[in-house]
Design a protein around this ligand. Structure first.
Ligand code: BV8
Ligand code: ZN
Length: 265
């Protein structure tokens, strides 16, 4: 940590944020890293321990629902123990204090939503609530009927028999997230692409920009005459397209980008 953000680059990025009418913010697992939620591809990332590209799939769940629920149960505990970090809070404040800001996330943790509620105080948190392209780890969907509901109870994945079941029909439920090979919600996707097409700026925070179709959103902004600003300690396929690419951790750079730095946390 403690990477010094390049002041000149930061100033250029701040100007782009200040001049933009409409901003699409696209976030990935990296924005939650400083909250203690492991990313997918980091050194202690989720991919190491569980090889998630084999677990975050409908085939894995059909083959071994107990193992998949064990992984999601572990992730829920990590997320429930985490809180939003200054990057989540700064983005929530930007969305609430300025019109025209839309947060779209690939993450299934609820940290953007918690940040929105915290920053809103008594105000309507609506403008700061994220569009969750890949669903939510704290919602379940029935494997047999159409039931879909919030679910935060601890998961007992010790055996197939103790896995969570549907409150309506009693059949096995699954995490309400989008797995690899599964289609994203059409309506959410259309909304996200619509925001990307009309944004003057796409602010990309903490994503390796390899997972499709989410990773195409910043290019849509660019193709429609908008600009890209990226916040990521590492280069990504988007870096070459970015007007400014801040090589810094989100919790350090984002508050300085949105003018939050120095304000009470
Ligand atoms: C679909 C929910 C078709 C579950 C997730 C082309 C080639 C090959 C394959 C494909 C292709 N096009 C599409 C595919 C298939 C696949 C895909 O994109 N594969 C990739 C790997 C190539 N896409 C799909 O399967 C999608 N569905 O295409 O369906 C279809 C269409 C119609 C009908 C039927 C089917 C579904 C994709 C969604 C998968 N679900 N998550 C869960 O979370 O358990 S994806 C998962 O990866 C997470 O959502 C995560 O957010 C996402 C992307 O990862 P990142 O967020 O970027 O996280 P990552 O760890 O990779 O990177 C972290 C970044 O943060 C790094 O850059 C790091 O440097 C940075 N960072 C670290 N610390 C910090 C930081 N940044 C800032 N601050 C820090 N402190
Ligand atoms: Zn059911």
């Amino acid at each position: 940590m403690g990477e010094i953000v390049d002041e000149r680059e930061l100033e250029r990025a701040r100007r782009l944020v200040g001049e933009a009418g409409r901003i699409l913010v696209l976030t990935g697992a990296g924005i939650s890293a400083e909250s203690g939620v492991p990313t997918f591809r980091g050194e202690e990332g989720l991919w190491r321990r569980y090889r998630p590209e084999e677990l975050a799939t409908p085939e894995a769940f059909a083959r071994d629902p107990r193992l998949v629920w064990e992984w999601y149960g572990w992730r829920r505990e990590r997320i429930a123990a985490a809180g939003p970090n200054p990057a989540h809070l700064a983005l929530a404040r930007l969305a609430l204090d300025r019109g025209g800001v839309r947060i779209v996330t690939q993450n299934v943790d609820d940290l953007h939503g918690v940040a929105a509620a915290e920053v809103a105080g008594g105000r309507d948190p609506g403008p700061a609530l994220p569009l969750e392209l890949h669903g939510s780890i704290f919602r379940v969907r029935c494997t047999a009927c159409a039931e879909r509901y919030a679910h935060r109870e601890p998961v007992d994945a010790r055996s197939r028999e103790t896995l969570p079941t549907c409150r309506h029909c009693g059949e096995l439920v699954r995490p309400d997230v989008v797995w690899f090979g599964e289609a994203l919600d059409e309506r959410l996707l259309a909304e996200a692409f619509g925001e990307a097409a009309t944004a003057d700026l796409c602010l990309v925070v903490g994503t390796s920009a390899v997972v499709q179709p989410a990773a195409s959103l910043p290019r849509v902004t660019l193709d429609n005459g908008g600009r890209i600003v990226e916040v990521n300690p590492e280069p990504t396929p988007l870096s070459a397209l970015a007007e400014v690419s801040l090589r810094a951790p989100a919790a350090e750079a984002v508050p300085r980008l949105t003018g939050e730095a120095g304000r009470a946390g």
